[in-house]
Design a protein around this ligand. Sequence first.
Ligand code: FAD
Length: 408
Amino acid sequence: MLQTDICIIGAGPAGATTSLFLSKMQIPHIIVDASVFPRDKICGDALDLKVMRILNCLENDFVKNEILHNHNFSKTYGVKINISENKKPLLQYKPKPNEHQFPYFFFSKRRYFDNFLAERIPSKYATFLQGTKVEKIEHTEEGKIIYTNNVKEANKIKAKLIVGADGDHSVVLRSLGERSVNREHYAGGLRQYWKGIEGISSEDNFLELYLPKSLPLAYLWIFPLPNGEANVGCGLLSSLIQKNNVNLKNLLQDIITKDPVLAYRFRNAVPLEKPMGWGLPMATLKRKASGNGWLLTGDAASLINPLTGEGIGPGMMSGYIAAHFIQRAVKQNNFSEKLFKNYDREINRRLEKSITNFNLIKKVSPLIYNFFINVVAPHPLCRLYFQRNVGKWIKTAYDNKPIKIKFD
Ligand SMILES: Cc1cc2nc3c(=O)[nH]c(=O)nc-3n(C[C@H](O)[C@H](O)[C@H](O)COP(=O)(O)OP(=O)(O)OC[C@H]3O[C@@H](n4cnc5c(N)ncnc54)[C@H](O)[C@@H]3O)c2cc1C
């Protein structure tokens, strides 16, 4: 049996971030993942400013040195909504030639991005076991006993603290008796890679969204990837999928074949795979994410931003916060619930605004929703507001300043 103070289960963005920061703090730990990297993950592949901010906390100018000119990442300086109506972009941030050239979003296939993080995990402080699926966890007085399928290296691991970073189908959640789906706080999503969609390979790549008027809160995205490829997908809250009897595959197919503007843009495009689905556990749930000898991060903690569908940034942020709470627990050799008292508040704090807005939008009638999306948001005053804010957000993401955590 392997023994460790800390065992991270899952090495996606949330688990990898926890491990990278623990290594930076010189805290020994084990991290296991069922997959062998590189591996795929169904996702929109959009990396927001939170991701960049955390990577710059790991190492000053990380994004500038490792990502900005990396050909496995594409970038966008703007967002377009209502893409079938050819309106002006909702926001467009164009750095002047003498300014830094950091974008608003990067895009990278998860097969690449997750491996890019995973490759950096092995260290003097991190034992990284890939192809090691956790099958069962026992919570005992003496600690956690983790049973895996890796008979050779780590069939059994004993840890004082486990970090559940094992995504939506978390075995850690199951061991706590908490894995269930609440459709009001869960969305379904589809991804399909395409090549050759017209209008995405130009200099002015946009993050493009299509919000069907007949189905409020549903959205289709086209995200530009390197090599002329694109990540195309759609998503909707599960309770609305059920209520409106929506088949996401048909929705995607209908929009790209029947909307006149999109059908034109897709006419010579080639799908590179069948549409593939996965769930999005959303932050509106406010799942309990800490307890005696355990913490949850990322999708296991249900942290996806309900307004945007972004989970990588919140997942990495929770990994960063988890590492800091763990640092304090290690110093005191105390892994009890008391030490993690404010962990849940800290991982949710930055999502509060989105949760409030989402809950508000959910309550309004489709008429008001469509008025807001199609008339208010594209209004020049609103665009000016977004434009101003995005400049501030970009500055914060790239200024290399540490992210503050409130422990008390
Ligand atoms: C269709 C779709 C589109 C999305 N688009 C975006 C987007 O564009 N941008 C964005 O920010 N977010 C997006 N998301 C959300 C994003 O994919 C997730 O929030 C993110 O992957 C969460 O990261 P994580 O590290 O918590 O979990 P994951 O990325 O799921 O990683 C979990 C890891 O745990 C491992 N694991 C699981 N079970 C076990 C086990 N029993 N033992 C050991 N290891 C285990 C897995 O192999 C995996 O490597 C999208 C989601 C979907 C479904």
